[in-house]
Design a protein around this ligand. Structure first.
Ligand SMILES: *Cc1c(COP(=O)(O)O)cnc(C)c1O
Length: 379
């Protein structure tokens, strides 16, 4: 069996509704982020069925896929467009997040050439040190953007908790709202959007502390894995298992926990350390780092523990689960890194299911070519 990730489209639709409703109560629009799953149209479709009105992705290739499948849905480009990507950005994205005036000028020229207006959200850096204009330079940049004929300054945005791990709170997100208000006063123009971050802003929604004025969040993980991303707590009513990874046991043998011989470097240039737990039953699975990073998954069966992984093999401890053996299939929950790895690996088969009712159980929908990315067909 190929390793596979089982994707429950009903659970994704359900989780999308959970997030939409949570946000709606605070007057916030949810933009659904598709970058963790290569903008796979079946998953994006489940988000749209739940009521999502705008999809967002970091990559233009993914926007191209979304545009092809959902031509009427407005799309947002999350990663700053490069100077080399101006044409495709204007063609594919209704709105893009930006921080560079040189790129903004080029976007404006391209939009004018196309007879279009391109909407932009200016990103403020409130301390996370990824993208964004430093607060004191923002008014000047915004004023210049407002004068660019091909652009509409849709609003301001922030992205926290990504590089610097800075937790969104009433203070830093609140500063974004004040900046927007000051800009509205100085320019006499209303900003449509104040985009208050990603799934790390969900705790503020849950506690009622999201500063009023924030009217948009861009949510990926919160929908896909049903969790906020500051403490990774499950959102009330959300499903944690919309994605389940499965892989087959190739070998099951009792062996020691410490290798025999002199320890040098492993396959990745690291010198491994081993804890002596005596002899254990070790299962080798057809699942390796080329499929998923082992740090990003955890066995659904609590009796099973991960020892480690090489490129093509995952080694787990199944001593306490004696019924497992060669040919057994083990299931794993994924965290964000596991989801991203499994969805982007061409070796992991993507199996879509819908849980129509408890009685019917799971209906399997085979979709597309098993090895669509590799161009070979396996049984
Ligand atoms: C990835 C990304 C998001 C979504 O992040 P999640 O943690 O998956 O909700 C939102 N905004 C930007 C700019 C992003 O790059």
């Amino acid at each position: 069996m190929l390793p596979e990730i089982v994707i429950d489209l009903d659970k994704i639709e359900h989780n999308t509704k959970v997030v939409l409703e949570l946000a709606r109560q605070a007057g916030v629009e949810t933009v659904a982020v598709t970058k963790a799953f290569l903008a796979e149209p079946q998953i994006a479709g489940a988000m749209l069925r739940a009521g999502i009105k705008m999809l967002a992705d970091a990559r233009l290739e993914n926007l191209e896929i979304l545009h092809r499948h959902f031509p009427d849905v407005p799309l947002m480009l999350l990663r700053l467009p490069g100077l080399s990507q101006v044409k495709d950005t204007v063609r594919l994205a209704a709105v893009s997040l930006n921080s560079e005036l040189k790129v903004l000028r080029a976007l404006s020229e391209e939009a004018k050439d196309r007879g279009k207006k391109h909407r932009v959200i200016l990103m403020a850096d409130l301390g996370d040190l990824r993208e964004g204009i430093w607060a004191e330079n923002l008014p000047e940049a915004a004023a210049e953007v407002m004068n660019m004929d091909g652009l509409i300054l849709e609003g301001l945005g922030v992205n926290l908790a990504c590089y610097g791990g800075i937790i969104p709170n009433a203070d830093n997100v609140g500063r974004l709202v004040s900046m927007a208000q000051e800009l509205e006063i100085s320019s006499g123009r209303k900003l449509q959007v104040i985009s208050g971050g990603n799934s790390a802003s969900l705790p503020l929604l849950l506690s009622g502390e999201l500063p009023s004025g924030i009217n948009q969040l861009r949510i990926g993980e919160g929908i896909l894995l049903g969790r906020e991303t500051v403490k990774r707590r499950l959102l009330p009513g959300a499903a944690a298992d919309a994605f389940v990874l499965r892989a087959e046991v190739l070998e099951s043998r009792d062996k020691p926990t410490v290798p025999i011989g002199n320890v040098g470097q492993d396959a990745f240039g690291e010198t491994p350390q081993f804890e002596d737990e005596g002899w254990r039953r070790r299962a080798i699975l057809a699942l390796g780092r080329q499929d998923v990073p082992p740090e990003g998954i955890s066995p659904r069966d609590e009796r099973v523990k991960i020892f480690g992984a090489s490129s093509d093999h995952l080694i787990v401890d199944i001593t306490d689960a004696p019924e497992l053996g060669v040919g057994s299939v083990l299931e794993f929950n994924v965290r964000y890194a596991g989801l991203l790895g499994a969805m982007t690996s061409p070796y992991v088969y993507k199996r879509f299911v819908t849980t129509k009712s408890k009685n019917l159980g799971v209906r399997i929908q085979e979709s597309g070519d098993r090895r669509q990315n590799l161009g070979v067909r396996m049984s």
